[in-house]
Design a protein around this ligand. Structure first.
Ligand SMILES: *[C@@H]1O[C@H](CO)[C@@H](O)[C@H](O)[C@H]1NC(C)=O
Ligand SMILES: *[C@@H]1O[C@H](CO)[C@@H](O)[C@H](O)[C@H]1NC(C)=O
Ligand SMILES: *[C@@H]1O[C@H](CO)[C@@H](O)[C@H](O)[C@H]1NC(C)=O
Ligand SMILES: *[C@@H]1O[C@H](CO)[C@@H](O)[C@H](O)[C@H]1NC(C)=O
Length: 422
């Protein structure tokens, strides 16, 4: 062998060695369920070169180019393998013995029809999704429509602001959760899809079997903000690859109705955490109370509650966000989900939840795997809006609209003129 061939051989092995090390790192940090697949793929050496046909080992740029390509190929192979796994798991789950009577009753009372698999074959009935996405894109592209953070790129979004994006690698789905918009049930769906283990060590099959505390514990879900710890410097690139390949969805609702809903669940019901963190400061600052009871039950017993007006005043107070960003229950959807940086494939609305859930599960090709749980709770209705805002001064309502205007506009909710005029 002459030195030329020798050095080429040496370089080839160097590159293959590096690729192998990177694969090992990915395998190490990824969950063990899919590890054997990576090892298998990476050990069969000839395939590697077949997999990256555009990369030539002699090429100086081979290394970086091949990493980019490798990540993409790995990801699509990953998705393919997972969809196979998904199919295997698609046997209908046996009905849970404890609840079927209730859920059947609920379904028939509310007129649920889960048998519509073949009824509506159209992927986008009424072109509803096409319409929502085109409104969203038009306003994101419209330079005369501005809001803070609109112009930044995906790379400029700090990691901690990506904590609402839940990833399911098995089915290639990304869900941005918005509190007060059916998020408990959509998180449950994501748990079933990603086959998280239940306490007994078997995957959950029925979303309704999953306890609320587990659903809302952030350690349950794989979110984008956790990628750094898993994938280090590749994390942004990996996120972008997944954003390109996966189906991304979110659910939104009328912004003012969402605020009423947040107020009802966090301040009308006894909630110790929200009492301590938010109600006490609000009562002190906006109702001139100096000393307040230690616990929420004592406060409620003494008739001390935050009013809806206190809550609105808190949202409008410039002092509020100097301390910390809005709590996720009232933070604007565009700040939680970055709809101008992330091109969502599906924009669901709570106002059309039943139709949207059916359509989305079909789009994700998991409609035979699970059903979207019906909600039993007393949902805040749009028709209550005027009643709730009757006690709020007009100037505040107008200011509040400006604060949430981007959410109204981006998601096609009409300006509530009746609330914004005398
Ligand atoms: C762009 O946004 C402005 C301000 O919201 C609006 O008046 C205008 O109609 C929009 N233009 C288009 C083409 O949608
Ligand atoms: C969330 O789950 C983790 C792991 O199961 C557990 O250690 C932690 O205590 C839970 N957190 C809460 C707030 O329940
Ligand atoms: C609280 O006290 C300030 C000054 O003492 C007063 O101007 C304001 O009207 C009071 N607010 C309420 C809600 O009682
Ligand atoms: C729903 O909530 C409203 C207001 O919070 C209350 O007036 C109504 O009685 C509730 N309905 C049911 C069925 O619980």
């Amino acid at each position: 062998m002459d030195t030329m061939t020798k050095s080429r051989f040496f370089r080839l092995w160097l590159v293959l060695g590096s690729v192998f090390m990177i694969l090992l790192i990915i395998v190490y940090w990824d969950n063990m369920g899919t590890a054997h697949f990576y090892l298998h793929a990476s050990l069969s050496r000839p395939h590697i070169l077949e997999r990256f046909p555009s990369a030539k080992p002699g090429d100086e740029k081979y290394f970086t180019a091949s990493i980019e390509e490798m990540l993409e190929k790995l990801l699509s192979a990953h998705a393919k393998q997972n969809s196979l796994l998904g199919k295997k798991a698609e046997q209908p789950s046996p009905p849970a013995s404890s609840r079927p009577v209730l859920s059947n009753m609920e379904e028939s009372v509310r007129g649920y029809d889960w048998s519509s698999h073949d009824a509506q074959r159209s992927p986008d009935p009424d072109r509803r999704q096409a319409e929502r996405r085109s409104v969203l894109r038009a306003f994101c592209a419209n330079a005369s429509f501005v809001f803070p953070t609109k112009e930044r790129s995906f790379d400029d979004i700090p990691n901690h602001e990506l904590n609402h994006l839940i990833v399911d690698d098995r089915h290639g789905v990304i869900y941005c959760y918005v509190p007060k918009v059916a998020c408990t049930n959509w998180k449950r769906v994501m748990i079933v899809l990603s086959q998280s283990l239940s306490g007994q060590g078997t995957p959950y099959r029925d979303p309704l079997d999953i306890p609320r505390e587990y659903v809302h514990n952030s350690s349950t879900h794989l979110t984008f903000n956790k990628f750094w710890r898993r994938y280090g410097k590749f994390s942004r690139h990996l996120m972008k690859v997944k954003l390109k390949k996966y189906t991304k969805f979110l659910f939104v609702r009328d912004p003012f109705v969402r605020l009423i809903s947040a107020f009802r669940s966090k301040f009308e019901l006894e909630n110790e955490e929200f009492y301590q963190k938010f109600a006490i400061p609000m009562l002190k600052r906006y109702s001139n109370h100096t000393s307040l009871p230690k616990s929420v039950s004592e406060a409620f017993g003494a008739g001390l509650r935050v009013s809806f007006a206190n809550f609105i005043q808190y949202l409008l107070d410039p002092h509020t966000e100097k301390l910390a960003p809005f709590n996720e229950h009232w933070r604007q959807v565009h700040r939680l989900c970055h709809p101008c940086q992330i091109d969502y494939d599906f924009v669901g609305k709570l106002e059309t939840l039943d139709q949207d859930a059916t359509q989305l599960l079909r789009l994700l090709k998991v409609d035979r795997l699970l059903q979207f749980p019906p909600s039993y709770r007393n949902r805040t209705a749009s028709s209550w809006e005027e009643g709730w805002f009757a006690t709020i001064p007009l100037a505040w309502r107008q200011q509040l609209y400006r604060l949430y205007e981007a959410d109204f506009v981006l998601f096609g909710y009409p300006k509530p003129e009746n609330l914004l005029r005398d």
